[in-house]
Write a protein of this length. Structure first.
Length: 318
């Protein structure tokens, strides 16, 4: 009798423990699912807000590359912060992230992105200007690169060897005109006029959102081949690859797209001096050619000690 009662008690205890554990396990699963759903919902709302902000940036910042730089700076900053509304983010969270940034370019991009985010949603708490001013002084401006050498003959050989006409003509046009890569990628057929070996380019929304006109030095090869290339396009159709594609293909050749602008600056100035222009006149006309407001900017393309320019033509040292 005693043994039977003990067995019954043990069976009851086993049943209770088994049932109790299943209950606990079920509650645990439900809790995990709830946490996952809430986390997914929060992430979804975050990306909805950031998506709307990106569209807003595209409407207020003329330069698409600049708008993207601001947007991705914001994305990195908010990556580890959970929020459903921008008002959920504390000013301290933003300031802590800014303090830990090391490079001045990253700091500047995020600062501008945050200010636009405050304009986009007034409930977002943007740090005060005094904070930006104080901590911007502590950021590195980057390490000094070694001396850069541009071998013009090597650059030209690499470009001329390309079989892809869109790339070849794009690089050659950048080298002749001094166009920035994003300006080249935005060109449409209607922006280019070719007359008697002279190519004239209308630039819309260049750096700083400014428009401009470039009158290139005469180029027999490019004027002929570019005209033939343009004949296959509609007037409002983009004629070259996107900027990122051009940069990628240039890197594959061991080149940088901005080097074409440097070559254009030095070549144009040398041509002006060979035509009898004074140094002052050549410098000022080169400034206008590059569409700079100040010659101090142009000087970095012409006399930068980190840049050594070697020309093919003998006796035409910079």
């Amino acid at each position: 009798m005693y043994i039977d009662n003990t067995l019954i008690l043990l069976d009851f205890l086993l049943f209770y423990v088994h049932t109790h554990n299943r209950l606990i396990y079920t509650m645990y699963i439900l809790a995990c699912r709830y946490e996952y759903i809430m986390d997914y919902k929060g992430q979804s709302m975050k990306f909805d807000i950031l998506g709307e902000y990106r569209e807003y940036l595209g409407g207020v910042v003329d330069n698409r590359n600049t708008a993207n730089r601001y947007y991705f700076a914001i994305v990195k900053c908010l990556k580890s912060i959970q929020f459903n509304e921008l008002s959920d983010i504390s000013k301290k969270q933003i300031q802590d992230y800014l303090v830990n940034l090391k490079k001045s370019n990253d700091f500047s991009a995020l600062k501008n992105g945050l200010k636009h985010l405050g304009d986009f949603d007034s409930s977002f708490k943007v740090p005060e200007d005094s904070f930006f001013t104080e901590f911007s002084k502590t950021k590195r401006r980057g390490t000094k690169p070694g001396k850069k050498i541009i071998e013009l003959d090597i650059v030209q050989k690499k470009v001329n060897a390309l079989r892809n006409k869109k790339l070849k003509l794009g690089f050659r046009l950048m080298q002749l005109s001094g166009l920035r890569v994003f300006e080249l990628s935005n060109l449409k057929k209607q922006d280019i006029n070719i007359s008697e070996q002279i190519i004239t380019i209308k630039v819309s929304k260049g750096k700083g959102g400014k428009d401009g006109t470039i009158v290139c030095d005469p180029d027999k090869y490019l004027s002929k081949n570019l005209q033939e290339y343009l004949d296959a396009f509609e007037s409002d159709e983009n004629i070259f690859y996107k900027a990122e594609t051009m940069k990628k293909r240039a890197r594959e050749l061991g080149l940088e797209c901005h080097d074409f602008r440097r070559i254009a600056a030095i070549s144009h100035r040398n041509k002006l001096k060979n035509e009898g222009k004074s140094i002052e006149e050549a410098n000022d006309e080169t400034r206008e050619f590059l569409r700079h407001e100040r010659f101090s900017t142009t000087k970095r393309y012409l006399f930068n000690r980190k840049l050594k320019f070697r020309k093919i033509e003998k006796g035409q040292d910079n």
